[in-house]
Ligand binder design. Sequence first.
Ligand code: ATP
Ligand code: MG
Length: 180
Amino acid sequence: MYLKRLEMSGFKSFADRTELEFVPGVTAVVGPNGSGKSNVTDGIRWVLGEQSAKSLRGNKMEDVIFAGSDTRKPVGYCEVSMTFDNSERRLPVDYEEVTVTRRVYRSGESEYFLNKQSCRLKDIHELFMDTGIGKDAYSMIGQGKIDEILSSKSEDRRAIFEEAAGIVKYKARKKEAEKK
Ligand code: ATP
Ligand code: MG
């Protein structure tokens, strides 16, 4: 499984629809300061359900929507889609490609989609559980993350191993069952 494509529209500095295609292996994103490299990783975390505006380097969620420039008007909504190659069926759905989409309007409330079908954020969380993919999962190693892992409480460190071992979904189901 690998990240195949990232499409952003109206997200942060990407006013126009921008599509990035990835191939298996290593991809480096390079560019001058302020050109939008970090906005790409913000887009990835945002589509996976990031709710904290601060961790997306803004003050409020609306700050992820293109705010306009000297030559362009602000836009009314933004959308990010991330597509994974699922030919090995690592994600438990019978599709060659899996696309997750998030859209938000200035009025608030996010909408989520899985392969263009409207869904809940919970469905996206469940789909990626135990794969290492997620806004806080180990496939996203942000600045300072290694220090955080080394100095964190043993229970927090344990959570990383549980995700890698693939038992998070069972623990989540157990918790859910206990609530009922
Ligand atoms: P560096 O090399 O300094 O880390 P970078 O390539 O990571 O830079 P980013 O932080 O991704 O750059 O991009 C910052 C740019 O994105 C700034 O110019 C900022 O004005 C722009 N930007 C962020 N949010 C918005 C928004 N909502 N609307 C328009 N532009 C935005
Ligand atoms: Mg940066």
